[in-house]
Design a protein around this ligand. Sequence first.
Ligand code: CO8
Length: 254
Amino acid sequence: MNILIERKGRVVVVQLNRPKALNALNSQVMCEMVTTLQKLDHDPEIGCFVITGSEKAFAAGADIKEMESKSYIEMVQEDFFAGWDGFTSLRTPKIAAVSGYALGGGCELAMMCDMIFAAETAMFGQPEIKLGVIPGIGGSQRLTKLVGKAKAMDMILTGRMMNAEEAERSGLVARVVPTERLMEETIEAAEIIANYSKPVTMVAREAVDRALELGLKEGILFERRTFHALFAIEDQKEGMRAFIEKRKPSFKGK
Ligand code: CO8
């Protein structure tokens, strides 16, 4: 297996497992990750995914050795790496826990998650320009939405890396934590999310994503209608009743 899966209560941790290749993302990694998580996505007992790598590398990019000799027509016919769309359409919240290199496809995979927690050692980059290509799994689009045109152009055109502190300052990363605390703190946050109502966390992340895709008016309408719709679920009644009765809510995911 190119990935290792560990279940911790309502959280599933997926660890990329190609240490000799610094977790370079090849087609097998993509298939294993997408097939495994698609199954778990529908499990009401699973409330959050954590995606991580090793201490040295979250992932050093798409696998250059797999791609290098492909022709244009092969890339088009295979629709190379379009399978990652299956990862972005997962509805369970996902946190990337990044230590070391998150380069090229590695940075893009982290950005496909709902948020990124970074160890102090994390290094982010889109160095594809050095290989004679450009980002290909959403980097030019997501990085620009997250950090703005100035930083995205700087990173994509020069291929330079951004350290964790700059990544947090630029809006790419949600939290920077000491390297030895990365997994603990990420899993703690994942457990908090996983213990809320899953139908609610699923639509909360969809609402935030709409902010990157829609104009303000449409985004606010999406949010309001989604808010209204939540009054159809039991967990809304439970959450509000528990507040009034001064007790902890017990969400059922329905
Ligand atoms: N692909 C394949 N193998 C890799 C990759 C990679 N991306 N990165 C590292 N490796 C391998 C090395 O070849 C080496 O293997 P070997 O021991 O067999 O020679 C092993 O991992 C260790 O790497 P290094 O010896 O280079 O380790 P260093 O600590 O010296 O350097 C770096 C670490 C700086 C991370 C360096 O490995 C590096 O620069 N890697 C490449 C980074 C990169 O360019 N990433 C972008 C790849 S392209 C991409 O992601 C495009 C995505 C879009 C595709 C979508 C198509 C539609």
